[in-house]
Write a protein that binds this ligand. Structure first.
Ligand code: FAD
Length: 420
């Protein structure tokens, strides 16, 4: 892995131990008991691939996108939906992919989840035309990049009341509006865009459409998101963009249902990425504090260091169990085709929201706390803690701010009162 600018101040002895291979060794020790034999085999193959094919090519001066085609060669852009007859594909495999990929490069995983899950999942679920199959093929192989446009300048958490307008012209549709914070937006080839034909009835008139980079009227501008310099996040403007009918994923009103069922998959994938960041920083701290000496002892021998690290590991083990549980619940809902039943949609929405809140908040907490526990070196690019901390902040807001996750859970638990 090529660094940015900083001088190397890490002792050789520490560097030898702080390899990604060793981080995976410890990670596997915690994860293997929680997963099936097939999942264990998948994880080992994936880690070997990431170590051999991705890690040597990571350059912190370059954006993450050049790594997409390498991931695509082995079908590692996503593992949520089966592609090319793949059997090791469901939310649990996707979560393992997100964890292992975040450990090696948290920024890469953030951008991967957006193209591979948040963009591609609606195409797998609702895409019908040949054009959509072609797009999916380009995305899953990592040759092209996808993004999703929900958030607007004046409609953030209150995304349902969006102002982007869709006009049905019979043979085609016209989109007008401005979307913000589009991850991958400025480099994207394809955009899933949500808009409504009547702003006073967004639920009944929301569309879900695919716009393509070369359509006339699409304008993108990069936002200055300093925490993830290797990922492009943009403002996306639709100036009377003409969308052909074959690029409709959700027709009038159906777009609303698709948006909300899609958010569950989105949150589950973000749970995986957040857990990966948390394991990366927790294990880095465990290794480093056992090698770093002060007052003639490894600093881990001081309970002021080892007890907080232990607490973080306990919380992380519990959150990881819960993360796998939310993935299994998602898989069950897909297997039984329950996403058209409001009862199951609501259950999954609050379960995934609660777990996303917990996992992304914990990733931020573990990264922040381990930085303090390791000391100055954790602020340099010699360790991956500071980079992980920055990405964890984004994981907490992407897919809905943490208050919105709490809002969804609070509504679900309030419903229990009606049982009385
Ligand atoms: C780096 C980054 C990447 C992103 N990627 C994408 C993307 O790819 N596609 C996309 O569409 N969007 C994306 N987003 C947008 C993200 O989902 C929104 O930022 C988020 O939904 C919050 O909207 P907002 O920023 O407008 O905040 P606001 O909605 O203005 O909220 C501001 C604050 O008020 C709180 N708040 C709002 N309403 C309530 C309430 N009812 N109860 C309690 N608290 C409340 C929020 O929690 C938040 O703390 C991204 C954002 C960032 C920062």
């Amino acid at each position: 892995m090529k660094k940015i600018v900083g001088v190397d101040i890490l002792d050789e002895e520490v560097k030898e131990k702080l390899t990604t291979e060793n981080i995976y060794k410890i990670f596997n020790n915690f994860i293997i008991p929680l997963i099936s034999k097939e999942e264990q085999e998948f994880l080992r193959e994936l880690e070997a691939f990431l170590l051999k094919e991705i890690e040597p090519k990571i350059n912190l001066n370059n954006e993450v996108y050049e790594l997409f085609p390498i991931l695509g060669k082995k079908n590692y852009i996503q593992r949520l939906n089966s592609y090319g007859g793949c059997e090791r594909c469901n939310m649990r495999y996707e979560m393992l992919l997100a964890m292992a990929c975040s450990i090696i490069d948290p920024e890469l995983d953030l951008a991967r989840v957006v193209t591979g899950v948040i963009f591609a999942n609606p195409l797998f679920q609702f895409g019908k035309s040949d054009r959509i199959s072609e797009i999916l093929n380009q995305i899953v192989t990592g040759k092209k990049i996808g993004c999703i446009c929900i958030t607007e300048k004046y409609q953030g958490s209150d995304a349902v009341n969006m102002k982007t307008e869709v006009l049905d012209k019979g043979d085609y549709l016209i989109v007008n509006g401005e979307k913000l914070y589009t991850t991958n937006g400025t480099v994207a080839d394809y955009f899933i865009v949500y808009g409504v034909s009547d702003v006073s009835d967004p639920r009944g008139t929301m569309y879900q459409l695919i716009a393509e980079k070369d359509y006339e009227g699409i304008e993108t501008h990069r936002l200055g998101i300093q925490s993830i310099p290797r990922v492009q996040v943009g403002q996306t403007i639709f100036n009377s963009v003409k969308i052909p009918k074959e690029n409709i994923l959700g027709t009038k009103g159906v777009g609303y249902n698709n948006l909300f069922s899609g958010l569950v998959a989105e949150r589950c994938a973000i749970i995986g990425s957040s857990l990966g960041i948390a394991w990366l920083t927790a294990i880095t701290a465990l290794i480093y504090t056992n090698l770093r000496t002060q007052f003639n002892r490894p600093i881990y021998d001081f309970q002021g260091v080892s007890f907080p690290i232990t607490q973080l590991f306990i919380e992380l083990m519990a959150a990881t169990e819960l993360g796998f549980r939310s993935a299994s619940e998602y898989n069950k809902t897909i297997e039984h085709d329950h996403f058209n039943q409001p009862k199951f949609v609501k259950y999954n929405a609050s379960f995934s929201s609660g777990t996303k809140y917990l996992a992304s908040n914990l990733a931020q907490k573990i990264s922040y706390e381990t930085q303090q526990l390791c000391g100055g070196i954790a602020f340099t690019d010699n360790l991956r803690i500071d980079k992980a901390l920055e990405v964890s902040k984004v994981q907490e807001i992407i897919g809905g701010a943490r208050n919105i996750q709490l809002y969804l859970v609070s509504r679900a638990i309030k419903n229990m009162i009606s049982l009385l």
